[in-house]
Design a protein around this ligand. Structure first.
Ligand code: CDP
Length: 226
């Protein structure tokens, strides 16, 4: 891409965001950032340290001393907290159960939003999450909102989760997803919602390649129209 372009991909859990966003970035040869992985890393460390959201002083000190880095590999993002690789731990059921309520905190959200903006300011980027097209990059050149039926999303998540300590019962996964969607959509701060200008893409009956090609074509069209 010749000029800096931001592609924001938002949507509920299991809608295919990360897989699709990563492949779009690869095809366009631009950066990919998984914002959910950052919220998960904060949540993991928060739980480990037993911080309380109500204790503003302890929370600020916690946020100050935490360094989170993402490193993209071919098919995955490696996540580091203070140099420790926590890529597996951030997918545990404990983190998944708490991430929605912890990422609702203003101090945490402000910090993550700032980090996402600063670290990508000189690059074209594909970023996926819940509030990328609404809050992080409201001026993104291309906004996509991915959805899929709840059963399809639970099926995909079950397939994805094969590590020890991770919930793999279909009914439980489906409930967890529904609970998290509800929490993410109903919170006051940066709720999950389709940004006004976003293209809605229902991925229930689409292959990954079909979704990726659709978004890549839109992105290339964007460049031609400038
Ligand atoms: O991959 P999955 O759909 O399970 O979720 P994720 O992208 O790893 O995000 C985990 C959680 O982080 C979400 O359920 C949200 O509560 C929170 N999140 C957020 O609040 N804002 C974002 N931009 C990304 C994630």
């Amino acid at each position: 891409m010749k000029k800096r372009v931001v592609i924001a991909i938002d949507g509920p859990a299991g809608s295919g965001k990360s897989t699709i966003a990563r492949l779009v970035a690869k095809k366009l040869k631009i950066l990919y950032v998984d914002s959910g992985a950052i919220y998960r890393a904060y949540t993991l460390q928060y739980l480990r340290e037993g911080i309380k959201l109500e204790d503003q002083k302890a929370l600020s000190a916690f946020l100050e001393r935490l360094t989170i880095n993402l490193e993209n590999e071919k098919t995955s993002t490696q996540v580091f907290v203070n140099g420790e690789n926590v890529s597996r731990e951030i997918r545990s059921s404990e983190v998944t159960a708490s991430v929605s309520s912890i990422s609702e905190n203003t101090s945490i959200r402000d910090r993550v939003t700032r980090k996402l903006r600063i670290e990508t300011e000189h690059n074209s980027v594909v970023m996926d999450g819940r509030d990328i097209g609404t809050v992080v990059f409201p001026d993104a050149e291309l906004k996509i909102f991915l959805t899929a039926s709840i059963d399809e999303r639970a099926r995909r998540r079950k397939k994805e989760l094969k590590s020890p300590g991770v919930e793999t019962d279909f009914g439980k996964i489906k409930n967890d997803i529904q609970r998290r969607d509800k929490h993410d959509s109903e919170r006051n701060l940066a709720p999950l919602q389709k940004p006004d200008a976003a293209i809605l893409l229902d991925t229930t009956n689409l292959t990954i390649d079909e979704c990726v090609d659709f978004i890549v074509k839109k992105a290339i069209g964007l460049e031609k129209s400038v």
